[in-house]
Design a protein around this ligand. Structure first.
Ligand SMILES: Nc1nc2c(ncn2[C@@H]2O[C@H](COP(=O)(O)OP(=O)(O)OP(=O)(O)O)[C@@H](O)[C@H]2O)c(=O)[nH]1
Length: 423
């Protein structure tokens, strides 16, 4: 009995101490550096380490290859105190996918030491920032790690190479195509760049020494259109004010998810009609919205043959007369166009099934408020681009919609030739 009691006491003390440690512990703030290969992430990391004003930092450097070159470059600078600070190398994979769990383990370990003021993470050039950020907000089922207890993202930074941006954004190269990873990676570089730009608090437009001033300003405007919510800082050799990217308090997952230019444009339209503006570099954005279905062949031909070259980014939902139940996701960035299934429209579900689902969704009001001739089916495309002739493009898209006769055919069950792949 006595033995049992003492165990109980020890357990209670342990629990108390653990709780006390946890309560006293401030969550470790984190800045994540993203950006395509060679943009200047390691240069930025070294710059921060040289100017960190006494902050005790831990650094995680992720590299796709076995030999972590970037970690060597950081070590070579001797900016970290050997006794008080830490450099963790994560090699041979990517923290946004294959090494995601390892990232959680490393961050938790560093945070539990409770002696670092800050964590800097340099991701690989082909990392997507969204899954990295998500790692800090969900509980991993396998390991049981809940990083949100230990660390918090302070700022998502993306470094953009001002010299190579246009060529990379304009190319259709894939990651594998450029031999940037082992195995098959069919993600296009332009989509990766877009993801990195759209989910950032701060975008560093680097290598300004290599581009003429006017080109730089134009790039600035394009990047602002892609992510109007981000601060854009121009730099040469990643020399930026440290307070712009460390301890900023800028990151909020919900806001970051909503900061892309195309989402902002949709919101403006929802909130009472947006008057399109064109800035001095001819950048503008607008929304095409029409409930009528696209004629599959006409829309396909338009995309293949006449899609305006000035459209930098477009995103949204659409539907085709040939597949009335399927909602389709549209995503174009530079020369890369993707269409994929977004599930089924509410209108294509039997009423009783719809009612059952309705209890679980929180955008019910929006769906019902928008219910029209075709239920919730709609084509809603945001277009962002340079030197766009808005009226002409809206007219061309409208011409791809079904005519009243074609709609009647659709409703009578007629089949339409559909060149879109089975999505
Ligand atoms: N001219 C010029 N060169 C730069 C600038 N910033 C970085 N560099 C050089 O560009 C090269 C790549 O820079 P890194 O900092 O290694 O780029 P990174 O994004 O870490 O590259 P990866 O780790 O390969 O993804 C290096 O040779 C840098 O010295 C800049 O502003 N101007």
């Amino acid at each position: 009995m006595l033995h049992f009691r003492s165990e109980l006491y020890n357990f209670a003390t342990l629990l108390h101490n653990h709780k006390a440690t946890f309560m006293n512990q401030k969550k470790m703030p984190v800045t994540v550096l993203s950006g395509f290969l060679g943009a200047g992430k390691t240069t930025l990391l070294n710059h921060i380490l040289h100017h960190r004003h006494g902050l005790k930092v831990a650094v995680i450097v992720n590299d796709m290859s076995e030999v972590n070159v970037d970690a060597r470059l950081v070590e070579g600078q001797h900016t970290l105190s050997r006794t008080e600070e830490r450099l963790v190398e994560m090699s041979n994979g990517c923290i946004c996918c294959t090494l995601r769990e390892d990232l959680m383990v490393e961050v938790e370990k560093l945070a539990k030491e409770n002696r670092f003021d800050y964590l800097l993470i340099e991701s690989t050039g082909i990392s997507e920032p969204v899954p990295v950020a998500q790692t800090f907000s969900f509980v991993d089922e396998q390991s049981g790690i809940d990083l949100s207890r230990w660390a918090t993202i302070d700022c998502m930074v993306t470094v953009v190479d001002a010299y190579n941006f246009a060529a990379d954004f304009g190319s259709l190269d894939t990651i594998s195509g450029r031999s940037l990873s082992d195995g098959d990676d069919h993600r296009t570089i332009v989509n990766l760049l877009t993801d990195q730009i759209e989910f950032a608090n701060v975008i560093i437009l680097n290598k300004t020494d290599l581009v003429p001033h006017s080109r730089l300003k134009e790039l600035h405007a394009i990047i602002h259109a892609l992510n109007p919510g981000a601060r854009i800082i121009e730099s040469s050799f990643s020399k930026v004010e440290i307070r712009e990217i460390v301890n900023t308090g800028l990151f909020d997952y919900g806001q970051a998810e909503q900061s892309a230019g195309w989402i902002r444009e949709l919101e403006k339209v929802e909130n009472g009609g947006h008057v399109p503006e064109t800035d001095e570099y001819g950048i503008s954005s607008f929304v095409f919205r029409d409930a009528r279905p696209f004629h599959p062949k006409r829309f396909w031909d338009y995309i293949q043959q006449n899609w305006p070259a000035g459209i930098i980014r477009s995103k949204g939902l659409f539907w085709l007369a040939s597949r009335a139940s399927q909602a389709l996701n549209w995503s174009q960035a530079g020369g890369s166009v993707r269409a994929e299934s977004a599930g089924v429209w509410w209108a294509s579900m039997p009423a009783d099934q719809r009612r059952r689902y309705q209890a679980y969704i929180d955008n019910r009001d929006t769906i019902e408020a928008r219910w029209g001739e075709f239920g919730d089916r709609v084509n809603e495309l945001v277009l962002i681009g340079q030197d766009l002739n808005q009226q002409q493009i809206l007219g061309e898209l409208e011409a791809c919609l079904c005519t009243p006769r074609e709609i009647a055919l659709m409703e009578s069950g007629a089949r339409f030739a559909d060149p879109f792949p089975g999505l």
